[in-house]
Design a protein around this ligand. Structure first.
Ligand code: ZN
Length: 362
């Protein structure tokens, strides 16, 4: 029996208004020798400067606005590292990611690459990172992906089409600040799609074979909270946004100790081949999941109906043969989750015809 040693986020702060804790935390980190903080903001903060006013950004600090229209690529991360190497990288004392899952993932990847030589693509996989990254903090402004809690940061290598993260204990944030006030202005659709990522992570984990008691407890509680939020009339009330932020964190903890299942590999295919964002791609994939997750399929569609959320339909109709080939390849490559869900012989179940038939149902 091999016992897995699980890593969690070292410190967390939770509560309305807690974003103000960032300033004292960073002040503690700055010394005369190391005084540059590198910020990754979701692009919408470029317009909404209210939040920035409360952060004590120094002249020497470096700010990147991450355009969330595109999910992070290894090429994009490498470009940032090159820029940081051109300034004095030894003076960087902290990396801060403020945004949704993609922005937080960029912060994680950059932190690791500042202390590990090579390119982002060299670390796509499991436990390849050798040295602890630069101290990193996340402030999520969307709830659901769980990126604030996980040990991975998902990136796509545009040259090879591989969508895979740096799965490592060193990828885990040193500090997170969860302030439910920050999700007040999210659009309803985005709130639903992203929130459902937490629900989907946990239904996949609980239906898989790679289980453990702690992961199951995280998953059950996450699903309970998601069902309360998305079956209620005001899914974005103050109370529900708080619940959703807890669900996101717990869902991230759940997935850090287990694996996803059938939904995420198909969703990754949609992202890699058709450029559809992760969370909406999961929801589209749910159209074809009745045979794998019958109970959760009914729950999901009843919640989306209750919230009056439109999920795109027919996205895989009339594609080229080459696109169907690539959809198949970029789905079947996810062996760990597919084995978790369907067993070692998953390729006998998910033949090429079967996979394309599933995509056609979406
Ligand atoms: Zn996900």
């Amino acid at each position: 029996m091999i016992y897995k040693n699980n890593k969690s986020v070292l410190n967390y702060i939770f509560g309305n208004g807690s974003k103000s804790s960032l300033r004292p935390i960073l002040n503690d980190k700055r010394t005369v020798e190391k005084d540059i903080v590198v910020y990754f903001f979701d692009i919408h903060f470029k317009v909404d400067k209210n939040f920035l006013k409360n952060i004590d950004i120094k002249k020497t600090d470096i700010i990147f606005y991450h355009n969330t229209k595109e999910e992070p690529t290894t090429q994009y991360i490498n470009g940032i590292i090159n820029q940081l190497f051109n300034c004095n990288k030894d003076k960087i004392c902290a990396i801060v990611g403020i945004g949704g899952g993609a922005t937080m993932d960029v912060a994680k990847a950059v932190s690791n690459l500042l202390t590990n030589a090579g390119n982002a693509e060299d670390y796509q996989g499991w436990d390849l990172v050798k040295n602890p990254g630069v101290y990193k903090i996340a402030i999520p402004t969307l709830s659901g992906t769980g990126a604030e809690a996980t040990r991975t940061c998902v990136m796509t290598n545009k040259d090879t089409g591989l969508k895979l993260g740096m799965n490592s204990d060193f990828t885990v944030f040193d500090q997170i600040i969860m302030d439910p006030e920050l999700t007040k202005t999210v659009s309803r659709n985005q709130y639903f799609y992203t929130g459902m990522d937490a629900y989907i992570h946990c239904i996949e984990a609980l239906n898989g074979s790679h289980r453990n008691a702690i992961g199951d407890a995280y998953s059950s509680q996450t699903i309970k909270l998601c069902k309360e939020v998305f079956s209620s009339n005001g899914m974005m009330s103050d109370e529900n946004r708080s619940k959703m932020m807890v669900a996101s964190y717990l869902g991230g903890c759940a997935i850090a100790t287990s694996y996803v299942g059938v939904v995420h590999p198909f969703s990754a295919g949609l992202s890699v081949v058709l450029g559809i964002h992760h969370c909406i791609a999961n929801c589209i994939t749910m159209r074809a999941m009745k045979e794998f997750y019958p109970v959760e399929y009914d729950e999901f569609w009843s919640m989306s109906e209750q919230q009056n959320i439109v999920i795109p339909k027919g996205v895989c109709n009339n594609l080229t043969d080459d696109q169907y080939d690539r959809l198949f390849d970029s789905t079947i490559v996810h062996e760990k989750p597919l084995t978790n869900a369907l067993g070692n012989d998953f390729k006998d179940i998910l033949t090429k015809n079967k996979v394309i038939e599933i995509f056609m149902q979406m």
